[in-house]
Design a protein around this ligand. Structure first.
Ligand SMILES: Nc1nc2c(ncn2[C@@H]2O[C@H](COP(=O)(O)OP(=O)(O)OP(=O)(O)O)[C@@H](O)[C@H]2O)c(=O)[nH]1
Ligand SMILES: [Mg+2]
Length: 224
């Protein structure tokens, strides 16, 4: 007789971080919106904004609530208030902008201080479609070793490696979760279930505009 297996899932809040202009919003847009729906490239983000994405890893759905943050320095203190309960982060730099790779350290430190060490991370060198010099390999290696993450190059414009970023991250989330919950891999409640949608990653999004506002913080519906 066939047995009904309960669907296994992990809910996880993910931050997308990096200097202004590196392509964070465009990456997220390309990941969550079918290409025919993209009519214009994103404008600079003025707050935080989230979208949902799901990847199936082995028998488990990793449901990610992905927060796109504003890279402009003036928003940094506000952005940090959204770090709470984040279990994963995408660190983005621009392959044509050396400073943006140096800036990644700032975000890595913030993630470590505010979210702890057990945050799944991936480092993304974006805009690989543009002519660029080889990025500083020693620095990339240093980040990857120190913060235990993989490195991938992408182009949001040409949709190169966009899905791969989130598949790799979901795998890391899954592995970390399995390692910390060896008996019960299916149950993780980094987020209340009603905050992460199932299959359609673009089906939900929340935009919080911080322009001209003094810490207009969303009422705490972050992770539990
Ligand atoms: N050629 C190229 N341009 C890109 C790529 N990704 C983003 N851009 C362009 O870079 C600019 C900035 O992209 P955004 O996605 O707004 O950058 P952001 O990191 O979200 O910036 P903030 O919201 O200010 O933090 C836009 O003009 C995009 O069209 C890419 O892969 N290739
Ligand atoms: Mg943006």
């Amino acid at each position: 007789m066939a047995t009904l297996q309960k669907k296994q899932s992990i809910n996880c809040k993910v931050l997308v971080l990096g200097k202004s202009g590196v392509g964070k919003s465009y990456i997220l847009l390309q990941y969550t919106a079918p290409s025919q729906e993209i009519t214009q490239v994103p404008k600079t983000t003025v707050g935080v904004d989230y979208k949902n994405g799901t990847e199936k890893i082995e028998d488990t759905e990793v449901k990610m609530q992905i927060w796109d943050t504003a890279g402009q320095e003036k928003y940094r203190p506000i952005i940090q208030t959204y770090f709470k309960n984040s279990k994963a982060a995408v660190l983005v730099f621009d392959l044509t902008d050396k400073q943006s790779l140096i800036d990644v350290r700032y975000w890595l430190r913030e993630v470590k201080v505010q979210c702890g060490k057990s945050v799944a991370k991936i480092l993304v060198g974006n805009k690989c479609d543009l002519p660029h010099e080889q990025p500083d390999q020693a620095l990339i290696q240093e980040y990857c070793e120190e913060f235990e993450m993989e490195y991938i190059e992408s182009s949001a414009l040409q949709k190169i490696n966009i899905q791969e970023i989130f598949v790799k991250l979901a795998k890391k989330i899954y592995e970390q979760h399995k390692a910390s919950n060896p008996q019960n891999p299916q149950k993780q409640n980094s987020l209340p279930a009603n905050q992460v949608q199932n299959q359609n990653p673009s089906s939900t999004n929340q935009n919080i505009n911080l322009k001209n506002s003094k810490l207009k913080k969303k009422k705490d519906n972050d992770c539990c």
